[in-house]
Design a protein around this ligand. Sequence first.
Ligand code: PAF
Length: 311
Amino acid sequence: MKAAIVGAGAMGCLFGGLLAEAGVEVWLVDVWPEHVAALQGRGLAVEQGGRHRTIRVRATTDPAAVDGADLVVVFVKAVHTPAAARTAAGIAGRGGLVLTLQNGMGNAEALGRAVAPDRVLAGTTAHGATLLGPGAIRHAGAGPTVLGPWAGAGRAAAERVAGLLRRAGFEVAVVDDPRPALWHKLLVNVGINAITALTGIRNGQLLDLPQTRNLVAEAVAEAATVARAAGVAVDGDPVDRVLAVARATAENRSSMGQDVDAGRPTEIAAINGFVVAQADRLGVPVPVNRTLAALVETLQGHAGQGGGPER
Ligand code: PAF
């Protein structure tokens, strides 16, 4: 099976790198020339638990260089999904599958519009990774990956992709409908990403103070109420689950934190902003999520204007 990753950020590099290490022909496609040049020249440098290794990878800025793939994994930030969907559709050709494991909501829908919906798989991953610079990532936390057919791709297609990822060392569960998993991951991102982005802390530091633990709990509880109002079953204690992910990825700076640090647009609209939009539709009050979304939008609106917090 030939695979391509569209969006070779921290997570794209992690998945592409581990697939390449397992002997899969995989191409990393990204728009950042220095990063692609580093990947081509030196390979992908991976730091994990203080240990370093380098993985040889194929990388390109030109999607046409891939010349077709059986599987395209989209890992761009949610704001770039519509453009990445067109790239993925070109690479996947007539028969390839397209998988999104991105954060936030709305990605599978965008892929379905560009590729036939019955070739789209969607899911989530609990891995945490940080882009350290061109060609270099830190693998900061491991966890399960869940995927399934978005609209008619069928379980067999999802099983084939899961088998490939398992070969690369990922723990993967296949589900018939990925939507509940997407909501559960949304709750994780709702609780971790905006707060770490705004405060400059790492995921694990969310647990250090009662103030931040309370903020996480309130944001997640609001989002869980919205999920239930939208007909999604949220069993057990979602706050406990989110705090467990913060603990498991303690050393990671959340992806939104990395975006804010680098002055890039964030995924706030697809995470807390999505919760606010759904809450407004369903008549659920979500003051904490509304505030978090407005604060991150303020920060990103002033990125590069000297308005960000000094770190
Ligand atoms: O967006 C992220 O950073 C990740 O989804 C997670 C799981 C919160 C780990 O940092």
